[in-house]
Design a protein around this ligand. Sequence first.
Ligand code: ATP
Ligand code: MG
Length: 404
Amino acid sequence: MKYDQIMVRYGELSTKGKNRKVFVGKLRKSVKNVLSGFDGLEIEASRDRMYVHLNGIDYKAVCEKLKKVFGIQSLSPVMKVDKDVDVMKEAALQYVNNLTREIHTFKVTTKRADKTFHMDTNEINHAIGGHILFHKDGELSVNVKNPDLNLIVEIRKEAVYLTGEVILGAGGLPLNSSGKAMLMLSGGIDSPVAGFLSMKRGIEVECIHFYSPPFTSERSKQKVLDLARVLSETSGHMVVHVVPFTDIQKQIQLQIPESYSMTTTRRLMLRIAEGITKEKNGLAIITGESLGQVASQTLYSMNAINEVTNFPIIRPLITMDKNEIIAIAQEIDTFDISSRPFEDCCTVFTPVNPKTMPRREKVNHYESFVEFDELVEQAIKNIETVHIRPGDFAGKKDIEQELF
Ligand code: ATP
Ligand code: MG
């Protein structure tokens, strides 16, 4: 089939009123980025559709790229024809004749976006359907319930678009259209998934990782940078703020009763995350928490931990089961990296019996004897910021030696 364009349907952004222009602009940018490898494509963005002019380039390869772009509800390779019934009828017949797959049944579905067109939907369906039947007598019949081909005829102001394919898009909102938030990225399975889902809703994500050498190795840091690299394949670029956390963890071990050490650890992570978020003009903090998964993720724990910040905490996985999370991790290619057996700063210091129902009064009481403010400031001051792009072997040099 000789398609000349790909029609992109926006989905949710059509409901965004005044902001629509901004959203369409962001989507256009994403589309331009993913298609940068093709020479000669042209992108035309209008209020409620985007058109990628193929100029002879194979539509399948372009569709494969577009399928992954957030903010696209569906896409269709289309033939653009004049708004003339005879031309439309001929083009529809040509479309059927040129199909590479075998069909026995079809139907015509007209969408009349241009309400001024002189025929109504039924009349157009009949005119085109009748023309095809006349020329394919004995070969094709109409089946409205379950046809082999649903030929969509979309009548718009500027032209008519014909297609027999509707490809599901990735959904969500365009990249970087919802403001910035900081993802607390561990080396586990959950937080990268939380990051991906946040990006899908248009959040610009930057990562924060707490790192406790020598209790955690360079390899465990590498694991996190590798996860960030996978996330950067979606956004084009990822920033990771690596926070030195050893001194704080040592203090906690020394001064906080063991049953509350995990609660305090989380609270300090959150305080530092808030500090970084403010500094980087972020609007929220994202975590990979899932209700009831471990002691730190009961509602009681979250209540005690959340007390230290007024920033919104986004927990995309909060109601998901582990299996559901793993399925997404596999789909987005983070599962294998997350499954590498390297230690995380939390696992190293995890107490044997952490409190599953910590109380705010108690944790505040225990923390009141320790001077954490300066340590928090120090940690923020000593952050190492790493910029990662999709092609990078993140972490590079010394790790390479360690691994090979
Ligand atoms: P994950 O699989 O994401 O590590 P988890 O099930 O192991 O999660 P926890 O270890 O309790 O759960 O961590 C809960 C959340 O706290 C993580 O999803 C992550 O957002 C954050 N977190 C934990 N450890 C770190 C770390 N070292 N650096 C940054 N964030 C962390
Ligand atoms: Mg973890």
